[in-house]
Design a protein around this ligand. Structure first.
Ligand code: ADP
Ligand code: MG
Length: 258
């Protein structure tokens, strides 16, 4: 199984929206896809239609109790897309895991043992704490949503430093599959300028597909549906389909069958 962490320590940059819609696009393309919600807020779980009342076992149980991913997986209404949900318990996991041996590798162990899916996406919380660290240790590669705004590059350098530390200490094979520009607004000159700066700075690392600011993307979660199902033809959905195609082309070939 290929494992992709969707991370950026800033909140509100489009991590969860990207996780939900990329996962849906992959499932629609025939990949057996697992979405792991690693944010105590549980927005990814809600966004694909799994209310808190249905979340019995969750990513908390994987991290703290050593439950398997298979035990915690719930089917979604979308064919080919399953979910390991998050509950508020997860906010205590960082503290509960202090002093636990292997606390950075709890998720990695679970991912390594899991064979029921072809690909998994981890929706990370907005911090660089132990939860995100578990995701970076478990992942083959990282997808970074970046909102086109003034401080975007500053936050990014902090994230890239963390990735380097994780590569040195824990997961030498961790790659960065790409940076996805989100909430792009063509009419806003600052957005345009930031997008140009990011491309100049990071070149090929930035995906060609750009996610526009699109109200359909923000409406969909309140219906418990990915935008790709809620309105598959809206500009946001089309952009996520394009991003998924580009992502598939960039996946490490040697990991696809494994
Ligand atoms: P994060 O997971 O990084 O905190 P979210 O994906 O939850 O970010 O997005 C933050 C808010 O912005 C949510 O209300 C979401 O619906 C909205 N949003 C995300 N991407 C877009 C977009 N491209 N266009 C419009 N609204 C968006
Ligand atoms: Mg989120």
């Amino acid at each position: 199984m290929i494992c992709i962490a969707i991370a950026n320590q800033k909140g509100g940059v489009g991590k969860t929206t990207t996780a939900i819609n990329i996962a849906t696009a992959m499932a629609a393309t025939g990949w057996r896809t697992l979405l792991i919600d690693l944010d105590p807020q549980g927005n990814a779980s809600t966004g694909i239609g799994i209310p808190a009342s249905q979340r019995v076992l969750s990513s908390y149980d994987v991290l703290v109790d050593g439950a398997s991913l298979a035990e915690c997986t719930l089917p979604s209404a979308i064919p080919g897309l399953d979910l390991v949900p998050a509950t508020v318990d997860l906010s205590g996991a960082e503290v509960e895991l202090v002093g636990v041996e292997n606390r950075t590798h709890r998720l990695r162990q679970a991912v390594a043992a899991h064979t029921a899916h072809d690909i998994c996406f981890i929706d990370c919380p907005p911090s660089l704490g132990l939860l995100t660290l578990n995701a970076l240790c478990a992942a083959d590669t990282l997808l970074v949503p970046l909102q086109c705004e003034f401080f975007a590059l500053e936050g990014l350098s902090q994230l890239l430093q963390t990735v380097e530390q994780v590569q040195q200490r824990f997961n030498p094979d961790l790659g960065i599959v790409g940076i996805a520009l989100t909430m792009f607004d063509r009419r806003n000159r600052l957005t345009d300028q930031v997008a140009d700066d990011v491309r100049e700075c990071l070149g090929r690392l930035v995906f060609d597909a750009v996610i526009p600011r699109n109200v359909r993307l923000s409406e969909a979660p309140s219906h418990g549906l990915p935008a790709l199902i809620y309105d598959h033809a809206c500009p946001g959905s089309r952009a996520y389909m394009a991003l998924a195609r580009e992502l598939i082309g960039r996946l490490p070939k040697e990991r696809i069958a494994a």
